[in-house]
Design a protein around this ligand. Structure first.
Ligand code: GLN
Length: 553
């Protein structure tokens, strides 16, 4: 069967949850037994977001095949529950790079290289490649940014060209807009949506479906008005109110009838939607239950998007253990200055996520020390494992200036050091140890018990690793290296023996957690945190703070 394409653009403003909406559409189509692939086209000129600041871009999502991609791909994997590949994120930077490299090789035989047709052809090639490689029934293609952005024009032009190349039954254009609310008159306004559709039409695209995001209920008058002014069927104007729970979005979209509308338009036969498991997740997450306070200690905590998959993984694990995860965002810089140390006292579990660069490191080390000394469950992800080892070296092994050579190149004790194969690398883009690698687990360890397996595959993104010169020393004092690369060379998991749950992994388990299948390390961490909370309640808070600003020399 020829693949069908859903092209999804945004209008009016950004940050209305277009990526989530697309992921949710993917879910309701998959629920009908269709094979769905999703792709994000990002109009910026970076080749990938790997070198961008989390302040600019949020989390970098790593695919199994080692691509550093947009965080929307995380939503796609969590909602559709299919692994995407590097083909699912195309940036203008990649497109231009490919075209210019071909030009340098002389592939264009003396032609003048232009945005149309060369750049647009390359964009269309990338879109069709996803369909070919995944053998999907439906490919959903999301264009980043909003209609009217200068840099998205070549992408929209490519979509316009595809409209004529594909038949009417093979393509559908969805435009996601926003309805602002005027408080004084208590009205929702459709004018920005009308303007945004006019902008698209100017480019030659007439949307078939309009998803109107809003924070307020939408009445029929508004729907009729959008349908009339934007020339879209009334049944294809889909109001989508902000949800209290992102996992409810597929159910909300299903309830609008959009799934059947899409199938009808494509003349596709498919089964009735099976959203049973999904409904269970949502109703379970809404049940009233005990609060569990998990602290995420990072340097970008004011921007929660920087830790998107970590946050969602905690939520998944908590839902399945009938706990209400209350995420406490703790700035590692504040801990360094001794300002947030009281916040640690309130926590039931501490998580130190991945990160780069020295800023805030001493605060993360202080958090690891607090967790170790006070038996607070601790999960360290990538950098979080590295700071756990630095803290142990400094305060248990007595190696006072122990550090990572990432933060202090002249430290006498580089317990974390640059990986051998990274030493000659000078380019920053796409050169880390990236993607899925196998890891063997030590029988009887916390990790092996959590996974209930002897070997796993996990996704990586790092340049530094545990320095094997220190393995015996750590081992003798109670650190178990419970996960190793199959050749035994790379430490992938370290855990403390004399602690209820203090575990760090060099990989990023957060990329594998799904709402219907929480990751075993997160589940075990959340379970340990709930046990710690319950024990603490019994002991009536005899805990004392180990973090004083004076400790942070
Ligand atoms: N900066 C560390 C490294 O490169 C950790 C990376 C991370 O946390 N993703 O090894």
């Amino acid at each position: 069967m020829k693949p069908k394409y859903i092209f999804c653009t945004g209008g009016v403003v950004s940050s209305v949850g277009k990526g989530l909406t697309v992921a949710a559409i993917g879910r309701i189509l998959k629920a009908r037994g269709l094979k769905v692939a999703i792709q994000k086209l990002d109009p910026y000129l970076n080749v990938d977001p790997g070198t961008m600041s989390p302040y600019q871009h949020g989390e970098v999502f790593v695919t199994a095949d080692g691509a550093e991609t947009d965080l929307d791909l995380g939503h796609y994997e969590r909602f559709v529950d299919e692994n995407v590949s590097r083909l699912s994120n195309v940036t203008a930077g990649q497109v231009y790079l490919t075209v210019i490299e071909k030009e340098r090789k002389g592939d264009y035989l003396g032609g003048t290289i232009q945005v149309v047709p060369h750049i647009t052809n390359e964009i269309k090639r990338c879109i069709k490649l996803v369909a070919k490689r995944t053998d999907a029934d439906i490919v959903i293609v999301e264009v980043g940014g909003t209609a009217g952005d200068i840099e998205s024009l070549p992408f929209l032009e490519a979509l316009r060209q595809l409209r004529t190349e594909l038949t009417r039954r093979d393509s559908l254009y969805v435009h996601v807009t926003f309805l602002p609310h005027i408080g004084a008159t208590d009205e929702l306004k459709t004018k920005p949506t009308q303007h945004s559709v006019r902008e698209l039409r100017g480019i030659g695209i007439q949307p078939n479906v309009i998803i109107a995001r809003t924070d307020h209920p939408v009445n029929d008058d508004i729907i009729n008005k959008i349908a009339l002014f934007c020339d879209v069927d009334e049944s294809a104007v889909i109001p989508l109110e902000t949800a209290d729970n992102i996992y409810a979005v597929p159910l909300m979209i299903e309830a609008t009838g959009l799934g059947d509308y899409i199938l009808d338009r494509f003349k596709l036969q498919a089964g009735a939607p099976d959203l049973h498991e999904w409904r269970q997740i949502v109703s379970r997450s809404r049940r009233v239950k005990e609060k569990l306070r998990i602290g995420i200690v990072g340097k970008y905590v004011e921007l929660h998007d920087a830790y998107m998959s970590v946050k969602e993984s905690i939520i998944h694990a908590a839902i399945h253990l009938d706990n209400d995860a209350q995420i406490k965002w703790i700035h590692s810089g504040d801990l360094e200055k001794g300002r947030a140390s009281n916040a640690l006292l309130e926590l039931d579990g501490i998580l130190v996520p991945g990160g780069f660069g020295y800023r805030g490191i001493e605060g993360k080390i202080a958090a690891a020390r607090f967790a170790r000394e006070n038996s607070v469950p601790y999960l360290g992800l990538c950098l979080g494992m590295q700071v756990m080892c630095i803290e142990f070296a400094r305060n248990v092994l007595g190696l006072e200036d122990a550090n990572s050579s990432e933060f202090d190149v002249s430290t006498a004790h580089p317990v974390i050091d640059l990986m051998l194969e990274q030493r000659a690398i000078t380019d920053m883009g796409g050169t880390m140890r990236l993607g899925e690698y196998p890891c063997e687990l030590m029988p009887g360890s916390l990790a092996a018990n959590a996974y209930q397996r002897s070997a796993v595959n996990e996704r990586h993104r790092h340049r530094f690793e545990f320095n094997n010169d220190y393995r015996d020393h750590f081992d003798r004092r109670g650190v178990c290296f419970s996960g190793l690369s199959p050749d035994g060379v790379l430490v992938e998991i370290a855990e403390l023996q004399d602690h209820p749950f203090m575990l760090g992994c060099q990989f990023h388990p957060e990329f594998l957690s799904r709402p219907n299948r929480p990751h075993p390390l997160f589940s075990t961490f959340v379970r340990a945190s709930a046990a710690f909370r319950d024990a603490k309640a019994q002991m009536q808070g005899t805990l004392h703070s180990g973090v004083e600003s004076g400790d942070l020399s």
